[in-house]
Design a protein around this ligand. Structure first.
Ligand SMILES: Cc1cc2nc3c(=O)[nH]c(=O)nc-3n(C[C@H](O)[C@H](O)[C@H](O)COP(=O)(O)O)c2cc1C
Length: 248
């Protein structure tokens, strides 16, 4: 389906529907500032005309789409959009990242992306709204699964954050750290039940995290960020081809 071919106006006997334009600000202000009409709305009444202009501009043109949930995610996303590099970090919960982190991905996806028909909607994350290239790295920490064994069975979170994160954030992949369970003593018998008390970050894990930060800084400074595409170098070509089919 070609979004550009969809009629932009609709006329019926009682209704004239057209895209908004700047002359609508006064009318928007009258509606959005009225406490009675905003009584059951997701946002509080706005206070001035500038806020109405912001509402008008914010949806299609903005790098961050609007959301009826009025919480701190908007502020976090503004920082994410301004950042050159992003490090996402989560503990392992049941072999994956936390529920909170997956919710954050859900909240990011549809505010930082929009469907355009140019890129297939991979993994529920369509085309990134902001064209700025960013660097992305991830750190996953585990409780009792040692690094070697745990990475195989408890690190499904890293590929998830890599693939979805790069699409949503228009990011180049810098790398990851899996900080599995390292213990201050050799665990025996009942020690395993209290394994968390003996868990510590190893020198090697701290060095890995440090090196990852350095690599990220170098990539950003060298201006050599190339956002990751799920199909690698063939990606842009495939986007064009799938675009033809989706649009027809
Ligand atoms: C609900 C829950 C599930 C967890 N699942 C795992 C797991 O599957 N594998 C693992 O190694 N650690 C697991 N952990 C331990 C966390 O990964 C660990 O607490 C986390 O990495 C934080 O480490 P820290 O307490 O040293 O900061 C789990 C913790 C919780 C609370």
């Amino acid at each position: 389906m070609d979004l550009e071919k969809i009629p932009r106006t609709l006329d019926t006997r009682d209704l004239h529907l057209r895209p908004s334009n700047p002359t609508d600000a006064a009318g928007m202000f009258a509606m959005l500032s009225d406490p009675e009409s905003m009584k059951y709305w997701s946002d509080k009444p706005i206070k001035d005309l500038d806020a109405a202009v912001e509402v008008l501009n914010k949806d299609l043109e903005s790098d961050i789409g609007s959301c009826p949930i009025d919480d701190d995610v908007g502020e976090i996303l503004r920082k994410v959009i301004a950042a050159d590099g992003i490090i996402l970090s989560s503990p392992v919960h049941n072999g994956f990242i936390t529920g909170l982190m997956t919710v954050f991905f859900e909240r990011m996806a549809w505010r930082l992306c929009r469907p355009t028909g140019r890129i297939m909607t991979f993994r529920g994350a369509p085309e990134s709204r902001s064209k700025k290239a960013r660097a992305l790295a991830t750190i996953v920490s585990a409780g009792s699964m040692p690094t070697k064994l745990g990475e195989k069975y408890c690190n499904d979170g890293t590929p998830f954050m890599k693939q979805n994160g790069c699409l949503i954030l228009n990011a180049d992949w810098v790398g990851s750290v899996y900080a599995g369970g390292e213990f201050s003593k050799k665990l025996q018998g009942d020690d395993w039940q209290r394994a968390y008390f003996f868990k510590e970050l190893s020198e090697q894990q701290i060095k890995q995290a440090h090196d990852l930060g350095l690599k990220m800084a170098e990539k950003i400074n060298a201006d050599s960020l190339r956002p990751l595409h799920p199909f690698g170098r063939l990606g842009p070509f495939l986007d064009t081809v799938t675009g033809w089919f989706i649009r027809e």
